[in-house]
Design a binder for this molecule. Structure first.
Ligand code: UDP
Ligand code: MG
Length: 326
């Protein structure tokens, strides 16, 4: 049973922002409206991470911070990517629970309240799981295929149809901060750390304004991060493929010897077979080199041990005159 807290528990929202100029105001307004009725129970704050936007996003955010004391704006020195923007938010936030949301209103702010309810029931991670989504059919199909593949491969159970829209308790945030891997798949990490986790179903909306910051190339890299970061199955597949091809070639040897011994008048097909086999093996070897290379590349960038991101500035909200503060 949830008890009335004597002091308000602190809940922080983290919004990664990349070229969201046209969404920021309506996002902040909507989240403000949705959370207003709970202001007696929770102390809300809003952490915006500007991931090197090239439009007027930063100016908009600065205006917000000047109007609303609960706003903090972190400015990156350049675009580091969505996962690192959220990571910076998690590193710098100070609250009892954190809600990570996209900034294009695809994640409906009202669902945040449902996440809070589950948190009150004692869950440490409440992820919002998509019941439906309105993205393009292409995005939907590729996402379905990706999650299917990931479940087959990954060593941890990564819930299907979840993005980074979720609530995480402070103790999970503390744990996540210890993970400093570079090519991040945060939703996988959250599953990996464990604790009491549950889902809330929701219908994912369309992007309110602007265009996606995840074109196909970024999506493919992100998918690779999900698989490579949580599985060494591709490496094992190299060995298996090796056994399979050796077995095939052994069958080929038996065939050739058989023909020589028992039917010397039949000619064993010559150059066509050799050429095809050569290209086939060449192709497989190059693919397998690529698989190895993906792991080696990740190891290399990890060994370089560079900082994950660079913060250019932090603006904290300016407390303003009492009458227009909420
Ligand atoms: N985003 C970011 N850095 C990037 C790309 C995206 O911080 O390099 C943010 C973006 O502003 C949004 C969230 O990540 O809040 C999800 O991105 P987007 O909506 O473009 O992806 P989609 O929903 O199309 O997968
Ligand atoms: Mg989006």
């Amino acid at each position: 049973m949830p008890t009335e807290p004597t002091t308000r528990r602190r809940v922080a929202f983290i919004f990664p922002i990349y070229n969201e100029e046209a969404n920021i105001d309506v996002l902040h307004r909507t989240v403000g409206e949705v959370t207003a009725p709970l202001a007696g129970r929770y102390e809300f704050s809003f952490l915006y991470v500007d991931d090197g936007s090239r439009d007027g996003s930063l100016a908009r955010l600065t205006e917000l911070a000047e109007r609303d004391a609960r706003v903090t704006v972190i400015e990156f020195s350049r675009n580091f990517g969505h996962q690192l923007a959220v990571t910076a938010g998690l590193d710098l936030v100070d609250a009892d629970a954190v809600i990570v949301m996209d900034s294009d209103l695809q994640d409906p702010p009202a669902v945040a309240l449902e996440l809070l309810e589950k948190w009150e029931e004692g869950y440490d991670v409440v992820y919002a799981q998509r019941r439906s989504r309105q993205d393009s059919p292409f995005k939907r199909y590729t996402a379905t295929a990706f999650y299917w593949f990931l479940q087959k491969m990954a060593a941890v159970e990564i819930p299907k149809n979840t993005g980074d829209f979720r609530l995480v308790d402070r103790k999970v945030v503390d744990e996540l901060r210890k993970y400093r891997e570079r090519d991040r798949f945060l939703r996988g990490l959250v599953s990996y750390v464990g604790f009491k986790q549950t889902a809330v179903l929701f219908d994912r909306d369309k992007r309110y304004a602007g265009v996606t910051g995840y074109p196909l190339t970024k999506m493919l890299r992100f998918a690779a991060d999900g698989i490579l970061g949580f599985s060494v199955t591709p490496l094992r597949m190299i060995t298996r493929m090796g056994y399979l091809i050796s077995l095939l070639s052994f069958v080929g040897v038996l065939y050739v010897v058989g023909v020589k011994l028992f039917a010397p008048e039949t000619a064993v097909p010559g150059w066509a077979f050799i050429t095809i086999a050569m290209f086939f093996l060449g192709g497989i070897q190059i693919i397998m080199l690529g698989v190895l290379g993906s792991y080696v590349g990740r190891t290399y960038s990890q060994v370089q041990n560079r900082p994950l991101y660079t913060v250019a500035s932090v603006r904290t909200g300016v407390p303003e005159s009492a009458e227009d503060s909420r």
